[in-house]
Design a protein around this ligand. Structure first.
Ligand SMILES: C=CC1=C(C)c2cc3[nH]c(cc4nc(cc5[nH]c(cc1n2)c(C)c5CCC(=O)O)C(CCC(=O)O)=C4C)c(C)c3C=C
Ligand SMILES: [Fe+2]
Ligand SMILES: [Fe+2]
Length: 369
């Protein structure tokens, strides 16, 4: 739809969801306590959860603090998310007729400031008439998007904020997202290839945040959506004979997590004599899991294993093509005049994701085009 044909919209608040991270060393433990006492993360009876969650957080604090110390004692996630919010607002204004919009972006973090309560108050004070919830997680998980949607609902209820609300539940194989990601990856791939001897194979490793297997077995569509993201990105990459694999990083509890783990994928690459280019496929900004886990820990492991080359493709951050893809998703929710996913309020995205209204809408739009 052309800019001049954009529908007139009332005051729209776009609320960007992300996980949040500690803003100083003393915040690491309370941040972890918020995370591990979330019922979407720690699935034990309500009476046990606060105690067990705090216990797990206390045990994790040392390792997490060491990681954040490498980043200067804090997570860069908030600054990068605010930059994405500003870039999205600017992109939406630039595309609107006359360069004017009634759209503002707000940030609601799940486990550290600014929390949903603060964002909801800002939305109310601004006088928003409609809300679009936009998770900065391409793939839906009950532990991320699902948890943030519930948290938002509770925050709104506390201040009697009751506005028409759309939820962009997932955009794992959105064409714009896949194209923008593939373009960034292609640059990283070509650079890595050029720095390697011609006979050294280069494997593209899509490393996603892991999830306990039990959560996936209960119907969480995250793993399936990660696979869909990878397939869409590979289609847009268009590299003939591409050697690629999916793996899962950041296991933080003793239960069985989905695999193969990124460690196992690196061991396999070492056996195959392949260099690796790692792309963090479930994160669209840099933070501890990319800057420490990928850039320090797995890099060291790769050297120890004798892998002939270790390269890392960046996360999207405010890459203009990625922001343009988000802006396009926003316009499509408005053009459709309905929510992109009607699971609103429910913890779980429909099991068979083909039934998700998001997927249905995409199909309808394709058919209409
Ligand atoms: C059981 C624990 C966890 C689940 C399940 C989980 C799912 C999950 N998380 C992300 C995205 C991020 N996680 C981040 C940090 C982080 N995650 C967990 C635990 C679980 N995550 C912990 C304990 C931490 C803190 C850091 C650490 O202790 O290592 C972050 C980064 C935050 C930052 O640095 O600012 C992100 C982002 C996804 C996508 C996901 C499931 C799909
Ligand atoms: Fe996590
Ligand atoms: Fe969905």
């Amino acid at each position: 739809m052309s800019a001049s044909a954009r529908p007139a919209i009332r005051k729209l608040a776009i609320v960007l969801f992300n996980l949040g991270g500690p803003d100083r060393p003393e915040a690491v433990r309370p941040f972890l306590e918020n995370l591990f006492t979330d019922p979407a993360i720690l699935r034990v009876p309500g009476l046990i959860r606060p105690l067990l969650g705090k216990f797990i957080a206390a045990r994790r604090t040392k390792a997490a603090s060491e990681n954040y110390a490498i980043l200067g004692g804090k997570s860069p996630l908030l600054e990068l998310t605010v930059a994405q919010a500003q870039a999205l607002e600017a992109a939406l204004a630039g595309e609107a007729a006359g360069g004017q919009t009634n759209i503002r972006c707000f940030v609601a973090m799940r486990y550290w400031h600014p929390f949903a309560d603060a964002a909801a108050r800002q939305v109310q004070e601004w006088g928003a008439e409609e809300v679009l919830l936009l998770p900065l997680y391409p793939q839906y998980s009950t532990t991320t998007t699902g948890s943030s949607v519930e948290d938002w609902g509770a925050a709104c209820a506390r201040i009697n904020l009751d506005l028409p609300t759309r939820t962009l539940c997932c955009w794992h194989s959105d064409e714009g997202f896949a194209r923008a990601t593939a373009a960034m990856l292609r640059r990283a791939f070509d650079e890595a290839r050029a720095s390697l001897p011609a006979e050294t194979p280069l494997r593209l490793l899509f490393s996603a945040h892991g999830l306990p297997e039990s959560i996936v077995k209960r119907g969480d569509p995250y793993q399936w959506q990660v696979e869909q993201s990878v397939a869409a990105i590979i289609r847009h990459l268009g590299i003939e004979g591409l050697d690629s694999a999916i793996c899962y990083q950041s296991r933080v509890t003793p239960q069985k997590w989905i695999g193969p783990s990124t460690e196992e994928a690196l061991e396999q690459a070492a056996k195959d004599g392949a260099a690796v280019l790692i792309h963090p496929v479930a994160f669209v900004s840099e933070h501890s899991e990319t800057l420490v886990e990928l850039d320090v820990e797995y890099k060291e492991l790769a050297h120890k294993l004798g892998i002939p080359g270790y390269f890392r493709a960046p996360a999207q951050n405010s890459d203009p093509a990625f922001i343009a893809a988000l802006a396009d998703l926003v316009w499509r929710t408005q053009d459709s005049g309905r929510t992109l996913c009607s699971f609103a309020g429910a913890r779980q995205c429909p099991k068979a994701h083909g039934d998700c209204p998001h997927a249905r809408l995409t199909r309808q739009q394709k058919a209409a085009a």
